[in-house]
Ligand binder design. Structure first.
Ligand SMILES: O=P(O)(O)OC[C@H]1O[C@H](OP(=O)(O)OP(=O)(O)O)[C@H](O)[C@@H]1O
Ligand SMILES: O=c1cc[nH]c(=O)[nH]1
Ligand SMILES: [Mg+2]
Length: 206
Protein backbone atom coordinates (compact mmCIF):
# COMPACT_ATOMS: atom_id res chain seq x y z
CA UNK A 1 0.00 0.00 0.00
CA UNK A 2 1.23 3.48 -0.87
CA UNK A 3 0.25 6.62 1.04
CA UNK A 4 1.45 9.98 -0.30
CA UNK A 5 1.22 12.70 2.36
CA UNK A 6 0.59 15.84 0.31
CA UNK A 7 -0.72 18.17 3.00
CA UNK A 8 0.18 21.78 2.09
CA UNK A 9 2.55 22.04 5.06
CA UNK A 10 4.28 18.83 3.99
CA UNK A 11 4.69 20.24 0.48
CA UNK A 12 6.21 23.43 1.88
CA UNK A 13 8.82 21.42 3.86
CA UNK A 14 9.50 19.27 0.80
CA UNK A 15 10.17 22.40 -1.26
CA UNK A 16 12.75 23.49 1.32
CA UNK A 17 14.40 20.08 1.17
CA UNK A 18 14.54 20.13 -2.61
CA UNK A 19 16.08 23.61 -2.76
CA UNK A 20 19.84 23.22 -3.29
CA UNK A 21 20.41 26.49 -1.36
CA UNK A 22 18.95 25.12 1.90
CA UNK A 23 21.80 24.78 4.41
CA UNK A 24 22.37 21.75 6.63
CA UNK A 25 20.63 23.15 9.72
CA UNK A 26 17.51 24.18 7.79
CA UNK A 27 17.53 20.88 5.93
CA UNK A 28 17.61 18.91 9.20
CA UNK A 29 14.79 21.06 10.59
CA UNK A 30 12.62 20.37 7.52
CA UNK A 31 13.34 16.64 7.80
CA UNK A 32 12.20 16.73 11.44
CA UNK A 33 9.02 18.68 10.63
CA UNK A 34 8.13 16.42 7.74
CA UNK A 35 8.80 13.30 9.80
CA UNK A 36 6.31 14.51 12.40
CA UNK A 37 3.67 14.74 9.65
CA UNK A 38 4.57 11.44 8.01
CA UNK A 39 4.44 9.51 11.28
CA UNK A 40 1.19 11.24 12.25
CA UNK A 41 -0.42 10.07 8.98
CA UNK A 42 1.18 6.62 9.19
CA UNK A 43 -0.55 6.15 12.55
CA UNK A 44 -3.93 7.47 11.45
CA UNK A 45 -5.62 4.06 11.59
CA UNK A 46 -3.56 2.64 14.46
CA UNK A 47 -5.70 0.71 16.94
CA UNK A 48 -6.28 2.42 20.28
CA UNK A 49 -7.67 1.24 23.54
CA UNK A 50 -9.73 3.18 26.08
CA UNK A 51 -8.00 4.46 29.18
CA UNK A 52 -9.54 6.24 32.15
CA UNK A 53 -8.37 9.84 32.52
CA UNK A 54 -9.12 12.16 35.39
CA UNK A 55 -9.20 15.80 34.34
CA UNK A 56 -9.21 18.61 36.90
CA UNK A 57 -13.01 18.55 36.46
CA UNK A 58 -14.19 14.97 35.90
CA UNK A 59 -13.33 11.41 34.93
CA UNK A 60 -13.40 10.68 31.20
CA UNK A 61 -12.15 8.27 28.58
CA UNK A 62 -8.90 8.75 26.72
CA UNK A 63 -6.96 6.70 24.18
CA UNK A 64 -3.71 4.75 24.23
CA UNK A 65 -2.00 3.08 21.27
CA UNK A 66 -2.49 -0.67 21.47
CA UNK A 67 0.91 -1.30 19.88
CA UNK A 68 3.37 1.59 19.47
CA UNK A 69 5.55 0.87 16.42
CA UNK A 70 9.16 -0.16 16.81
CA UNK A 71 11.14 2.62 15.10
CA UNK A 72 14.11 1.67 12.92
CA UNK A 73 16.11 4.55 11.45
CA UNK A 74 18.47 3.56 8.63
CA UNK A 75 21.86 5.21 9.14
CA UNK A 76 22.94 7.73 8.26
CA UNK A 77 20.13 9.69 6.65
CA UNK A 78 17.34 8.08 8.70
CA UNK A 79 18.94 9.34 11.91
CA UNK A 80 17.57 12.76 11.10
CA UNK A 81 14.05 11.32 11.32
CA UNK A 82 14.57 9.41 14.56
CA UNK A 83 14.03 12.12 17.15
CA UNK A 84 10.86 13.54 15.56
CA UNK A 85 9.36 10.06 15.13
CA UNK A 86 10.22 9.20 18.73
CA UNK A 87 8.59 12.40 19.95
CA UNK A 88 5.34 11.21 18.35
CA UNK A 89 5.51 7.81 20.06
CA UNK A 90 7.67 8.37 23.14
CA UNK A 91 7.21 4.84 24.44
CA UNK A 92 8.46 3.21 21.23
CA UNK A 93 11.46 0.91 21.11
CA UNK A 94 14.11 1.97 18.61
CA UNK A 95 16.37 -0.32 16.63
CA UNK A 96 19.10 0.70 14.20
CA UNK A 97 20.33 -0.47 10.82
CA UNK A 98 23.42 0.86 9.04
CA UNK A 99 23.63 0.50 5.29
CA UNK A 100 25.53 2.53 2.71
CA UNK A 101 24.82 2.26 -0.97
CA UNK A 102 27.86 1.54 -3.15
CA UNK A 103 27.64 4.48 -5.52
CA UNK A 104 29.24 2.47 -8.37
CA UNK A 105 27.14 -0.70 -8.22
CA UNK A 106 24.15 0.85 -6.36
CA UNK A 107 24.16 -2.26 -4.13
CA UNK A 108 23.51 -1.80 -0.39
CA UNK A 109 26.56 -2.40 1.82
CA UNK A 110 25.37 -3.30 5.34
CA UNK A 111 27.60 -2.26 8.24
CA UNK A 112 25.45 -2.35 11.37
CA UNK A 113 22.31 -3.84 12.87
CA UNK A 114 20.92 -3.48 16.34
CA UNK A 115 17.35 -4.76 16.44
CA UNK A 116 14.99 -6.42 18.91
CA UNK A 117 15.31 -10.22 18.57
CA UNK A 118 11.60 -10.89 18.13
CA UNK A 119 9.46 -8.59 15.99
CA UNK A 120 6.56 -10.97 15.41
CA UNK A 121 3.21 -9.25 15.79
CA UNK A 122 4.75 -5.81 16.34
CA UNK A 123 4.35 -2.93 13.90
CA UNK A 124 7.71 -1.63 12.66
CA UNK A 125 8.32 1.77 11.08
CA UNK A 126 11.54 1.95 9.02
CA UNK A 127 12.75 5.54 8.78
CA UNK A 128 14.79 6.48 5.70
CA UNK A 129 14.18 9.70 3.76
CA UNK A 130 15.18 8.22 0.39
CA UNK A 131 13.72 5.19 -1.40
CA UNK A 132 15.68 5.13 -4.66
CA UNK A 133 16.42 1.71 -6.19
CA UNK A 134 14.90 0.22 -3.03
CA UNK A 135 18.00 -1.89 -2.34
CA UNK A 136 18.71 -0.37 1.09
CA UNK A 137 15.08 -0.63 2.18
CA UNK A 138 14.73 -4.21 0.87
CA UNK A 139 17.87 -5.19 2.81
CA UNK A 140 16.48 -3.60 5.97
CA UNK A 141 13.12 -5.32 5.57
CA UNK A 142 14.91 -8.66 5.06
CA UNK A 143 16.57 -8.14 8.46
CA UNK A 144 13.19 -7.37 10.02
CA UNK A 145 11.33 -10.31 8.49
CA UNK A 146 14.16 -12.62 9.61
CA UNK A 147 13.12 -11.57 13.13
CA UNK A 148 9.48 -12.34 12.45
CA UNK A 149 8.23 -8.86 11.50
CA UNK A 150 4.97 -9.06 9.55
CA UNK A 151 3.70 -5.47 9.82
CA UNK A 152 6.29 -3.12 8.28
CA UNK A 153 5.85 0.48 7.16
CA UNK A 154 8.58 2.28 5.20
CA UNK A 155 8.42 5.95 6.17
CA UNK A 156 10.21 7.98 3.48
CA UNK A 157 10.39 11.57 2.31
CA UNK A 158 11.08 11.01 -1.39
CA UNK A 159 10.44 7.76 -3.23
CA UNK A 160 11.28 6.80 -6.81
CA UNK A 161 8.77 4.74 -8.80
CA UNK A 162 11.54 2.14 -9.26
CA UNK A 163 11.94 1.73 -5.48
CA UNK A 164 8.20 1.55 -4.84
CA UNK A 165 7.87 -1.14 -7.51
CA UNK A 166 10.80 -3.13 -6.15
CA UNK A 167 9.29 -3.15 -2.67
CA UNK A 168 5.88 -4.07 -4.04
CA UNK A 169 7.41 -7.06 -5.83
CA UNK A 170 9.74 -8.23 -3.03
CA UNK A 171 7.62 -7.32 0.01
CA UNK A 172 4.02 -6.89 -1.14
CA UNK A 173 2.68 -6.47 2.41
CA UNK A 174 4.92 -3.51 3.22
CA UNK A 175 3.25 -0.13 3.41
CA UNK A 176 5.07 2.92 2.01
CA UNK A 177 4.31 6.34 3.48
CA UNK A 178 6.07 9.16 1.65
CA UNK A 179 5.76 12.87 0.91
CA UNK A 180 6.20 12.30 -2.83
CA UNK A 181 6.78 9.74 -5.54
CA UNK A 182 9.13 11.51 -7.92
CA UNK A 183 9.66 11.02 -11.66
CA UNK A 184 12.52 8.54 -11.97
CA UNK A 185 16.10 7.64 -11.16
CA UNK A 186 18.92 9.15 -13.21
CA UNK A 187 21.91 7.21 -14.57
CA UNK A 188 23.70 7.59 -11.20
CA UNK A 189 20.77 6.18 -9.21
CA UNK A 190 19.73 9.57 -7.85
CA UNK A 191 16.07 10.47 -7.62
CA UNK A 192 14.89 13.14 -10.12
CA UNK A 193 14.03 15.83 -9.19
CA UNK A 194 14.72 14.54 -5.66
CA UNK A 195 16.78 16.50 -3.18
CA UNK A 196 20.30 15.17 -3.67
CA UNK A 197 22.06 13.01 -1.09
CA UNK A 198 19.97 13.14 2.07
CA UNK A 199 22.84 11.95 4.29
CA UNK A 200 25.31 14.49 2.95
CA UNK A 201 22.80 17.32 3.12
CA UNK A 202 22.14 16.65 6.81
CA UNK A 203 25.57 15.64 8.07
CA UNK A 204 28.10 16.55 5.38
CA UNK A 205 29.84 14.65 2.60
CA UNK A 206 32.14 11.94 3.98
O1 LIG B 1 17.15 2.87 -2.50
P1 LIG B 1 18.64 2.89 -2.61
O2 LIG B 1 19.10 2.88 -4.04
O3 LIG B 1 19.29 1.80 -1.81
O4 LIG B 1 19.15 4.29 -2.06
C1 LIG B 1 18.62 4.85 -0.89
C2 LIG B 1 19.65 4.90 0.20
O5 LIG B 1 20.64 5.88 -0.13
C3 LIG B 1 20.76 6.78 0.96
O6 LIG B 1 21.69 6.35 1.88
P2 LIG B 1 23.26 6.31 1.54
O7 LIG B 1 23.64 4.96 1.00
O8 LIG B 1 23.63 7.49 0.74
O9 LIG B 1 23.93 6.39 2.97
P3 LIG B 1 23.98 7.65 3.99
O10 LIG B 1 22.63 7.73 4.61
O11 LIG B 1 25.04 7.28 4.95
O12 LIG B 1 24.32 8.87 3.19
C4 LIG B 1 19.38 6.79 1.56
O13 LIG B 1 19.34 7.32 2.85
C5 LIG B 1 18.99 5.33 1.48
O14 LIG B 1 19.44 4.56 2.58
O1 LIG C 1 18.55 10.60 -4.70
C1 LIG C 1 19.07 9.87 -3.83
C2 LIG C 1 19.24 8.50 -4.01
C3 LIG C 1 19.80 7.77 -3.02
N1 LIG C 1 20.19 8.36 -1.87
C4 LIG C 1 20.02 9.69 -1.67
O2 LIG C 1 20.38 10.21 -0.61
N2 LIG C 1 19.47 10.42 -2.66
MG1 LIG D 1 24.14 9.20 1.35
Amino acid sequence: MLLVVDHPLARVRLAALRDARTDRAAFRAAVRDLTTMLVYEALRDAPVTDVRVTTPVADTTGAALVAPPVLVPVLRAGLGMAEAAHAQVPGALMGFVGVARDEETLQPTPYMESLPADLAGRPVFVLDPMLATGGSMAHTIDLLTARGADDVTAVCVVAAPEGVERLRAAHPDVRVVTATVDERLNEYGYIVPGLGDAGDRQFGAM
